[in-house]
Design a protein around this ligand. Sequence first.
Ligand SMILES: [Zn+2]
Length: 303
Amino acid sequence: MLAIGIDIGGTKIVGGIVDEQGNMIRSVERATEAEKGKAYLLENLERLTEELLAETSADAIGIGSAGRIDVHEGTVYYATPNLPDWTGVRLKQHMVDRFGIPTAVDNDVNAAGIGEMWLGAGKRYSSVVCLTLGTGVAAAVFVNREIVRGHHWSAGEIGHMILYPKGKRCNCGQWGCMEQYCSGTALFKTYNEICGKHAVSSGKQFFALLQSGDGIARQVLDAFTDDLAIAMVSLCNIYDPEVFIIGGGLIETQSYWWDAMLEKIGRYANEAVRRPVVLPARFKNQAGLLGAAKLAFDELTKQ
Ligand SMILES: [Zn+2]
C-alpha cells in the first residue's frame, strides 16, 4: 500500500508518496504563498496532490497543517494569521470530495512527532516529548505512544508555557512565554536588545558572532541554555518522559549548547526527576511528511 504525506509549512508545501516501510517513492514541493488566501492554498494543495497522483496511485492521504486541528473532523480548529482564513477549513472533507481517497489531517508539529516516533529517534520509546526549536518553539507529547491532544486540540503548546510572568510579550498575547527565550528568533532578538541596536537579524549571524568569541553572544547563549533546561525540568515533572527528542532549525547548532543544556538539567532537577535521555531528531525536513503518511496508513486501518 502507498500513502501520500503532505506537510503544509509557512513557506512551502512538501508532499511525497511513501510505502508502508516509510520509503519515499517520489516527492514534490511548492511554495505555500499563504498570503494569497485560503482558496489559493487549497488549490495549491490540490495541484501538488494531482502531481503526485499523476504517475502513481495512492490508498490514502495524510496532511500535517499548521494550526490546531480537530483530528476527528479533519478541520482546522484554529490557525494564526500566518495562514489567513485557515480557521474552520474542512480540510479532510475537501480532499475526500476532490480525490475520493481516505484522508487524515493533523497539526504539522504533531505529524513531525509521529514521523520521529514511527521511523526516527522515537522509534523505541513510548513516552516522549518532541521539542522543535526553530523560529518558534513547538512540541508534540506522546504518552504510551499516543499523542496528547487536549480538549481543544491545543495540548503540547509548550512554547507558550510561561517562564517569566512579567517577561517579554509573546505574539500569542501572554507575557514571558518559553518561545520568547528558547527559540532561534529569541537568540538574535535578545542579542539586539542587550546591544541596544539592530546588530544581527538571524540565528546564523548570531552563531557566527558566538563562534568569533563575542562576549554578549556568550551571555545570551548561557541564558538560553538556562531557560531551556528549566523548561525541560518542568516538563519532566509534568510528563515524566522516557526521552526528549529535540529538532527544528536550532539543532544544526547543537554543538554550541547541547552539553550545557544537559549539565543544567542535572543541576536544576530534583532527585525525584530522573535525568531524561535527550536525543536529536533523526529527520531534518522530512519528519512532517513521513508522519503525515503514517496518519494516512492509520486512517486506512480505521476504515
Ligand atoms: Zn506565547
